[in-house]
Design a protein around this ligand. Sequence first.
Ligand code: MTE
Length: 936
Amino acid sequence: MPMVDTQVSPSSSSEDLPTSTSTSPSSVEVELHKNINETAQSDIHLPAPFFPPSLAQKDPRYDLPSVIPRQLPSHLGFPSLPTEKACSNVDPADIGTPDAWIPRDSRLVRLTGKHPFNSEARLRDLYEEGFITPSNLFFVRNHGAVPKVDQKTADSWELKIHGLCANPVTLTLADLRTKFRVVTVPITLVCAGNRRKEQNVVQKSLGFSWGAGGLSTALFTGVYLADVLAYVQPERSAKHVVFEGIDDLPNGPYGTSQLLSWARDPRKGMMLAWGMNGLALEPDHGFPLRLVVPSQIGGRSVKWLSRIELSPIESQHHLHFHDNKVLPMPLGPDQARKEKEWWYDPRYIIRELNVNSAVACPDHDEVLDTTSASPTYTVKGYAYAGGGRRVARVELSSDNGDTWDLASITYPEDAFRSASYTSDSVYGDLDLTDSDISFCWCFWSYDIPVERLKGSNAIMVRGMDESLALQPRDMYWNATGMMNNWWFRVCIHHLEGGKLRFEHPTMAGTQPGGWMQRLKDDGLDPSKPDFSLKSTGSAKTNVSVAASSEVVMTNPSIMRKISAAELDSMEAKEEAWFVVRGEVGVDHPCVSPEEVDLKIFTVDHPGGAQSIELVAGEDATEDFIAIHSSDARRQLAEFHIGTFQPGDTMQKQHVAADDNDDDDQTKPFLRIKRWKPVELVNIRDVSKNAKVFRFALREKTQELGLPFGQHVYVRLKRKVKVVDGVQSEWVQRAYTPLSERNATGFVDLLVKIYYPNPEFPEGGRMSLGFAELVVGDRVELKGPVGHFIWKGNGVASLHDHDRHIEEIGLVCGGSGVTPILQVLRAILSDSSSTTKVWVLDVNREFEDILCKEEIDRLARENENRVKLHYSLTGREVPDNWDYSRGRITDEMLAAHMPIPGEDKLVCICGPSAMEQKVKASLRSIGWDELTAVVLF
Ligand code: MTE
């Protein structure tokens, strides 16, 4: 093809600017060194205004009716740029999040709830936009909040380049654009998690559910990294180039690295880019500067780029190790999470993309009327490969992969190889005429006879790249769920009246739909679909699939059948039998001390023993499957005792009774066997890391219904940072409300947030879930739970046995004060009672003592009945501190607890190490831990 060189706007500086291909490195370095601090003289501008179009549109300083990309000269035959305006409105979904200042397109499918923002366009929308994706539909992958960069910060943005190089330098954007050759390159970015939802349906991985829209293409404008590296002159000992953004993430900024030999190779096309489709980058895409690494996974393209370091070792950033890996298949998500060494094995890093393709037409749920359709239907989609390799073929099968037809492929990127467009004031040089490398997606299509569709259960597609790598038939399931590229299959349903309905494998995010989940719900293995006609010889039958290979939760040697009556028996209740997917498991609750060894499931159970006791005798499938990982599911096999008698109906009197009276608002809110939602209406800080969360009950006049000393189960969906982002998981725990027992219409929960720290890197799962809540969010409550009740008038019930109590010791630490406070309030509100109370509250710092005012007041007002003592374990104590210092000792307990005896009791609530220590000390000073010590 002839090369057209349109010198549209000759640049005075372009001749003397170095190019990575035409000038020898040494002359480049010398020349640049001379120029680097001189005034910019170039005609190459940053796209005007150099501010994200979405923000500029509404800002009077920019005085622009609209901001749309400037088109390239049409006679050159380049694919056209999208003409859509950037979004200008903040999506209501972002209100209340740190990103509430960024206008976003509400058509994007959110994959991780509200925040951080991770999203993709619907596949059909993305495909219809054509080769270049408008910025507002470009997929977004943010690990945290988007850094807020205003015009001033952008104008003075500094990129520091340092480390093992002769010329360390700090460059502004003006330096970059005036001192180096400005280029524009079409590049497709693909998230390594593209199509992960398919893996997640088979088995939940550590990542969230991308559909097949986790990729997008733009014209990126900036400078070649190779030119900049040539300028700083890396030393011989430098082997890696480390990149860092400014986003503020829990484990430090986002960063990753490239091998230096790759980064300085101009053919790899790595860029420092400020422009996207002729305009400034949008905040979500790295405004004002990002790295763009073509043909590698998107995770390598660091946004909000502020630092580049030449280093002898690879990036040490947290996410460089803990993200963007394909770990070996046998490694389950829980093992991967626990065993850190896998993440540091350099063999499992992902750099280049693998070959992949997907079907965009027919769309999911599209219906084709074969009676009126033309004789052929055009199946269409996209394909891409990594490492600069071209997609060499795309093939389509309608007979379950037995035979394949060749699709036609168009490569819009090639238009840029046929003509060049140089020295533009915004785009610089757009010239791929001397490049054979593929950095972009391509489009394929195949006209399939409608008769063939009528005789098929599914169409499937696979691509092959020029290294002959072929998309596999089988899924390579892996713990991070990355690089999923098995055949993309679209199922065909044969409806009445000659209509065909198409069904994609999955729908992105939490959207329902797709044949994979459908198969799974039917108990079949979605990773081994068989869309052949062989089972019946007819296309109109249902799809047959191989048997399920789900996690085995049963013990194959157990043959016992358990009837409904047995499940309802005393034995079942005492041993807390429960049913999951028709199989009966047993738990061994705290019945007698001899059984201690058998209590594995309850004792070690993260949700506490009562989370199991609550479902005793019942079908616990919903709660169990929702909360447990595959590894925990596997553990269930150890507790398998039999199969629920097929055909028997489970006794559900309890639940039914619960349900029936639910509309009766004169009854208390709580239900013992049913989760009920409550809405967060207020959050109040009470100390550095403790907050009171107020939740509204359904009715203003309704009481919660919690006896003194008992607790309520709270469950919520929390976001968990996983390998490559965030996913949600159910967490639950028992809490004692802070609100008075007779409070109506609301419940207050005092929660101490355990943020991650070096000793406890994951932080408190449940309390971090609370920390994420915003007003309007819901959590669910169930209860009451607990084996202790203060009944009043000096009577306590322990394991359903009433006892008269003369003296009670209450030991607490941190937020363990809440049940202690409830009991204290109950005892003191009862003026006829003579029970004496000994309170010992132990905390690290003075500020950590929660509810101190109320406790002090109660002690003051009842000084003849209450003995109150504190201890602080931290280094600092207030000057006039009259109480103890240091952790609880035997002596402290002896001095500040009642003397053991028949009608005495001690209740303890605090961190588990403290509880165990107090229990052991009490034992040593003569308390009977079985009958006289209560652990809340
Ligand atoms: N850079 C920073 N600073 N912070 C991030 O969270 N996410 C990475 C990469 N660069 C990320 C980042 C990932 S995983 C991907 S896939 C791409 O950005 C996505 O780029 P996009 O959001 O512009 O599509």
